[in-house]
Design a protein around this ligand. Sequence first.
Ligand code: C2O
Ligand code: CU
Length: 535
Amino acid sequence: MAPGNWKRRQFLQSAALASLAASWPSVVFAERKFQPIADKGFKPDVEIELVARRETVSLKPGPATRVFRYHATLRKGPPSTLVPMPGYLGPTLNFVQGQKVRIIFHNQLPEPTIAHWHGLHVPQVMDGHPMYAIAQGQQYIYEYEIRNPAGTNWYHSHTHEMTATQVYQGLAGLLTITDEQEQKLALPGGEYDLPIVIQDRNFTADNQLQYLQRGMHERMVGFLGDTIVVNGQIKPVIPVKTRAYRLRFFNGSNSRIYKLGWKDGTPLTVIGTDGTLLEKPETYPYIMLAPAERVECWVDFSGREPGTDLMLYSLEFKGAVPRMGGGRRGGGGMRRHGMPQGAVFPVVKFHIAEKVSESPGLPENLTPFHRLTEKDVSDPAREIPIALSMRRMSPQLNGLSFEMLKVVDAERIPVNTIQKIRIYHDGHGMRGGRGGPGGARGGRGGMGMTMPHPIHLHGEQFQILSRIMRDQNTSDYDTVKKGFINSGRKDTVLVMPGEEVTILKPFNDYTGLYLYHCHNLEHEDMGMMRNFLVS
Ligand code: C2O
Ligand code: CU
């Protein structure tokens, strides 16, 4: 075992946790009711055995590929709860709002792991915080009620410093929720409701997954593969009929950002974003989809000629290359690998296979939506900063790196409040010398790098209040700005270089540690993650 792994394992041992617990305010550990056995009082509507294990799958002609994979067995609940996905993806978990769900998670991997339900509003002990990672052979029992509204979420590994490698090797799957409101809409269902999970990978000559070469550029940019994998398949062709579909796009890549658009410029109709439907359908010329983000589209193939193909692209965009704080592009001497961020390439091909005459109409209204405003903020005098920086080659939040159980004052949040949170690049948009709570120093022209960061907050979904470009040079921004979906509820927001995004986020119901981090998984594992302590 590599020394790094050994250290990590040591950390995960209960003895280490116990000594940390001793130095930690009781509020967190009162919450930390670790349950090695199921709670007898919990009456699940759905019970699933979920195993993380090694498998070999056939992804390319030739030798099979060794992957990590979630495998599930339904013990109780409607058969539609589990839908297998091809390739290395875990099965899609389909839940209904109000259901009580028990997931018995087994680790059969030769390393620690823990599963997180990205987008779900669940108690801290059910959230898959890395402090709960279990060793090989152990199990973790999740029990929670589905409180989220209808939407597309996902689940993935959240293991300390190993999230990137474990997700890369396959530990991810979709998780959908339906509710009464959504069922009334009669959106395209069954074979007309399709997940489009987009990831990128590199393969060795013998078809094995190849991860980063440890160069400086790779560490900063994250992993960018040269092979696009959709729904666990390389160069997939999706046969469709001449009618409307609900396509659930999900970016499951470690670091790659997609600018999704049809080659012929046909606009995209968006009906949902991270985890919820929109109030009304909206039209976009293209969609920016950062790691962990989801977007649901209404795609109507009516009027297309049977036998023809339609290619969805990732279109070219700029502003994704790390840039020195002074505004110069730091391109010189950096070795590229895979397809660069912002390159143009095909993502998935739809083949018009069959002509049908019936197609449902797009509903005018989707779901009622209460827009939060500044008036809803619990403490108007308070604004929580999330300053993004890339100093000394280390990506940080508020000048701090991840600490498993510690918070600073700015990270303490009273439960059942709505907070205003400003996410900005340290060195861009610093107003009046306001620094982060960790003492991060701003100022233009510093040595910090700016690059895009998809920022994710655990717990309840937030709303985007404003999005401001603070950089003088906005020409790069012009290549992306029409593709952001700022309405509806989100749990991940892409913050482009020079951009400042203010969000309003409720912290309701549950107390404890809730993570916030960059969902560029390489950044996350390098420490671009912190906790909020809700109490
Ligand atoms: Cu998708 Cu903290 O994770
Ligand atoms: Cu980042």
